[in-house]
Design a binder for this molecule. Structure first.
Ligand code: DLL
Length: 433
């Protein structure tokens, strides 16, 4: 079934969409240049005025924006409207440094509701669903972002937030939740709890929208089998808006970007130059309708590919591939680039291994050492030592062939690795910087 929240935009011809983007881009640049000092300074330093940009084809001429620009102007230095027009503040903590503070006007919030409504509809949700939001409510955009989506489509929306897993299960069965929104790592944890409690038959869950952290196709399968949902990938970031920047449709061959609001490019992480479609690189967004916090060529540091070909679902909106990692999360181990998602994909292909793992990186005798700690399923744990030993060998071999480096594999018993209710932290890097 192909349902659209906004068929006019979602199935718009490429030409019509480009015309709309060109017009909106010119307005957005004037707004940023006129009302946001840091942008004016950046453009002037690059010798570019808004009038030099006719449309999307000139995007590459503009200087890029980075997280550090937002941090340097903490908290409100890049806001382009008077504080009286700001109706909401969110912030993202990141792993290092100051928080990044983002603001929204009433119109920005309305756009967020529209984008989230498109995502929920794309995943098959309707007003008759009961939308259970288990992303954290607070400065993190997941909770309120999911919430506005549920309410915009007219569904009964439960602000469950994260935590208290037992209570979440109780709500699933008592309130009849049919759509679940949370991080994939929390979905796994909830799924295991459902199986442990033996309440799978009481659940009405049918759709999941999971995001806020990288997850693999293998993890998608694990979650689906535990919760009995069809799992969709939803992407976003606070700087750009929050969840709802893109989402995968029933075809699940990439995430459709809400391109009438966010222009998307992929650039080379080393040179910053635009890359051809299909080549992996850093994802860059330009927000063309944002009022409170304009964002011009914002480099997300997320790595993926883009595909502008039309999709079998009928949408012409560009698709981004699953995020494989972030350039700043990439580990360099003995000179080799390693993304935790590569390890996840290897581990989940091995029988007897549960989807809970941790990467510990150390420096031993001046050499980088990678240890992968991974949980065994209860079945493997109670199996004979020989089978456990052969599982270790198999993982070692698969890791070596996928990453090109050897790793020490430690199988640990069920429940040993920490569970996460929000974004998972799967890397412990003990090397001194
Ligand atoms: O994580 C917004 C969000 C909430 C998205 C709920 C989806 C669902 P931030 O906290 O600012 O915002 O973190 C943004 O999270 O740059 C990516 O690195 C990562 N991320 C978000 N969605 C995905 C996804 C929210 N579907 C950062 N796959 C982004 C992989 C994701 N990574």
């Amino acid at each position: 079934m192909n349902a659209y929240w906004n068929p006019e935009i979602e199935t718009m011809s490429r030409d019509a969409l480009t015309t709309l983007q060109d017009r909106r881009l010119r307005t957005a640049l004037n707004h940023a240049y006129t009302n946001c000092k840091p942008y004016r300074a950046k453009m002037e330093a690059a010798g570019i005025l808004p009038g030099d940009i006719n449309g999307v084809e000139d995007l590459w001429k503009l200087p890029m924006t980075h997280k550090s620009d937002l941090r340097d102007s903490y908290p409100y230095g890049m806001f382009a409207v008077p504080m009286g027009d700001v109706v909401r503040i969110h912030a993202s903590s990141g792993t290092t440094g100051k928080q990044t503070v983002v603001g929204y006007t009433a119109q920005d919030i309305a756009v967020w509701g529209e984008c989230m409504a498109r995502c929920l509809t794309m995943a098959g949700a309707t007003k008759d669903d009961i939308v259970h939001v288990s992303y954290g409510y607070g400065l993190f955009t997941g909770g309120l972002g999911g919430h506005i989506g549920g309410e915009t489509i007219g569904a009964a929306t439960i602000p469950a937030s994260t935590g208290n897993t037992k209570r979440q299960l109780q709500m699933f069965s008592d309130f009849g939740s049919t759509v679940l929104l949370c991080t994939p790592s929390y979905a796994m944890h909830l799924g295991d709890a459902v199986l442990e409690e033996g309440i799978r038959d009481q659940l009405k869950l049918r759709i999941g929208l999971f995001g806020a952290e990288p997850w693999t196709e293998e993890m998608r399968g694990e979650i689906e089998s535990r919760l009995g949902v069809r799992a969709h990938d939803i992407y976003g970031l606070s700087e750009v808006m929050g969840p709802g920047v893109s989402c995968d449709c029933p075809e699940r061959k990439g995430l459709h970007v809400m391109e009438d609001h966010f222009l998307v490019e992929i650039v080379d992480p080393h040179t910053g130059k635009p890359l051809p479609d299909g080549v992996p690189g850093e994802l860059v967004f330009t927000c063309v309708t944002k009022e409170a916090l304009p964002l011009i060529r914002y480099n997300t540091r997320d790595i993926c590919t883009i595909d502008r070909s039309p999709c079998a679902c009928g949408r012409n909106l560009t698709r981004m591939g699953k995020i494989t990692g972030r350039t700043d999360d990439m580990l360099i181990i003995r000179g080799v680039n390693v993304f935790p998602s590569q390890v996840e994909s290897v581990l989940l292909g091995v029988a007897g291994v549960a989807p809970y793992y941790r990467l510990v990186v150390d420096r031993i005798n001046n050499l980088d050492a990678l240890e992968i700690q991974v949980e065994m399923t209860e079945g493997l744990f109670s199996d004979e030592e020989r089978r456990i030993e052969s599982t270790v060998r198999r993982i070692e071999k698969d890791v070596l062939s996928m990453l090109g480096i050897s790793a020490k594999i430690t199988l640990v018993s069920h429940g040993t690795i920490e569970r996460f209710e929000g974004k998972a932290k799967r890397v412990l890097d003990r090397r001194t910087p």
